[in-house]
Design a protein around this ligand. Structure first.
Ligand code: G3I
Length: 348
């Protein structure tokens, strides 16, 4: 009896306090939890078919509320734009620096988002010490780098871009890089080391200009992934950067064909760095529909929040303008995510 009275009084008081809290700070109570649950957002709309909607994030802007308000509200996947690259994480050999990358990962986790790790091995953004190594010393440094970064983030990364941009434009040959000069097998060595370092992370190969099925570069990447799958080299996903514009035009339903053909090899496919010159709404919607049509298309990431945040800001290629206002492309993407004819992506 006594207990129930106390309980009743307590819950009554709590209810009153909760009511006051709601009345006084409606904003704080109106937006709890991860954005995946909110219907009027990109992430919320993508979640209906089991997909994520992500953005590249820069650590230096996490103190800007105009930036974080949009990033937090609309997206449930985050890719550090530069902070996990070789020059950022291992500026001196064997001395790892995770300050900026940790800031992003902590922010993502605090706000209920997942993280795509970008990137372990890339010919660009290399520190000087790495550029001066070759042959077996370089090969060892590549493995050590994978182990150092992946063990720091073990269990916290949804997918890693293990190798980025290893093929050349035009011919489809391997890109001539210091990594390539250590031998053709450097890519599979990287994937094997990555699987051992964090068995829970999906391991992706990521590249640009591989959206069009007929291109020689696409065919070369496809052949590599088919070969890896046939020989048991661990690979779980292929990232299509999808930087579209006059240099790499979006070509009708061709992206969908490419996504389907890669998915048929038994890997997930992801749109990893989407931006489109001048942000035409119809093209943005078409890319979304291509992903929605392929069950193994796990999600879409745009390469920045607002136009001025973009690496090619002059082309205004993103979904939000400099004032943080939604552009017509945003509305087209949201509409496609909500009403598009979509297949479901299974979590896993
Ligand atoms: O932060 C420094 C700043 O302190 C310095 O004053 C300034 C002077 O140049 O440079 C700033 O760093 C720049 C950084 O972006 C941040 O703005 C680097 O020079 C610049 O090289 C770097 O460019 C990045 C580029 O990758 C190279 O790493 C872009 O932000 C980033 O969007 C771009 O992203 C790539 C993907 O990783 C892979 N796919 C293509 C994509 C677009 O190029």
């Amino acid at each position: 009896m006594e207990f129930r009275k106390v309980l009743g009084l307590t819950t009554g008081l709590l209810g009153l306090l909760a009511g006051l809290a709601v009345a006084e700070i409606p904003q704080a109570n109106a937006t709890p939890g991860p954005p995946g649950n909110k219907p009027g957002t990109l992430a919320g709309a993508a979640a209906h078919s089991g997909r994520y909607f992500g953005t590249a994030v820069t650590a230096s802007k996490l103190g800007d509320p105009a930036y974080t308000t949009i990033a937090n509200r609309e997206f449930d996947m985050v890719t550090p734009e530069n902070e996990m690259k070789l020059d950022a994480t291992e500026p001196r050999q064997g001395q790892f620096v995770f300050t900026a990358a940790d800031r992003i990962v902590d922010w993502a986790v605090e706000n209920g988002k997942r993280v795509r790790g970008h990137t372990l091995l890339w010919h660009a953004a290399q520190p000087g010490w790495l550029q001066s190594l070759s042959s077996s010393a370089l090969r060892q440094a590549m493995t050590d780098h994978i182990n150092g970064v992946m063990s720091h983030y073990k269990g916290r990364i949804y997918a890693w871009d293990v190798v980025n941009e290893a093929f050349a434009d035009g011919t489809g040959a391997r890109r001539n890089s210091n990594f390539q000069r250590t031998g053709d097998d450097w890519i599979e060595a990287a994937f094997r080391a990555a699987r051992a370092a964090d068995p829970a992370a999906k391991l992706c190969y990521n590249d640009y200009n591989i959206e069009n099925w007929a291109s020689a570069k696409t065919q070369s990447v496809y052949a590599m992934v088919a070969d890896f799958r046939a020989r048991g080299v661990p690979i779980d996903c292929v990232g299509f950067q999808a930087h579209f514009g006059s240099g790499n035009p979006y070509d009708g339903s061709d992206l969908r064909t490419t996504l389907r053909n890669f998915a048929a090899l038994g890997v997930d496919v992801q749109i990893t760095e989407l931006d489109i010159q001048a942000a035409p709404p119809a093209t943005y919607a078409a890319v979304v529909n291509d992903c929605l049509a392929v069950p193994r298309c796990a999600g879409i990431t745009v390469w920045g929040v607002r136009d001025p945040d973009s690496w090619r800001s002059g082309e205004t290629p993103l979904l939000f303008d400099g004032n943080g206002d939604k552009k017509p492309a945003y509305t087209a993407v949201l509409h496609a995510l909500r009403h598009g004819h979509h297949s479901h992506h299974g979590h896993g």
